[in-house]
Design a protein around this ligand. Structure first.
Ligand code: HEC
Length: 134
């Protein structure tokens, strides 16, 4: 690398680091706001999980997964036999929506999908990540 190029790349790195550190500036009020937003999505997920999907057969997640305690989000992505491939958590949620609940699958960025995942992850907070584990 010639001198001009390396000077330019050092400059570019410095600029991108200072950009990152700017993005990291936040206050206690920001933290509280972000946590409140998150917890309101968790609460919505809890409601969806306990019969809030309005599927015709009225089956709900908690009938088989009381309080999400027998769900292992920390093991995703992993190979799921029902899907025949390595899947993310949302794909497995859709499998349950389409099968026991006989409903339409949700888009992976649907607010209800985000809420269900927030609730499931929150219930298992603190558990070590173990992707792929059965
Ligand atoms: C009639 C029972 C039943 C209902 C109702 C049900 N599920 Fe399941 N669920 C299962 C079965 C069976 C499995 C497969 C277990 C396995 O292979 O890990 C499963 C697996 C899952 C998994 C993967 C668990 C893991 O640890 O890998 C998730 C996530 C999940 N369900 C979410 C949901 C959600 C969200 C709902 C409601 C929309 C729901 N389920 C409704 C029976 C049900």
């Amino acid at each position: 690398m010639n001198k001009t190029l390396s000077t330019i790349s050092v400059l570019a790195m410095t600029l991108s680091f200072s950009h990152t550190s700017q993005a990291d500036n936040f206050t206690e009020a920001d933290l509280k706001h972000w946590n409140d937003e998150f917890m309101s999505v968790v609460d919505h997920g809890e409601a969806v999980f306990h019969g809030g999907l309005k599927n015709e057969n009225t089956v709900s997640c908690d009938q088989c997964h009381p309080n999400a305690t027998n769900i292992h989000p920390e093991t995703y992505p992993k190979f799921q036999q029902q899907l025949g491939k390595v899947a993310v958590l949302g794909e497995m949620i859709n499998w349950c929506i389409m099968n026991p609940l006989e409903g339409e699958p949700l888009a992976l960025d649907d607010p209800d999908m985000t809420a269900i995942q927030s609730y499931i992850h929150y219930e298992r907070r603190g558990v070590k990540l173990a992707p792929g584990k059965h």
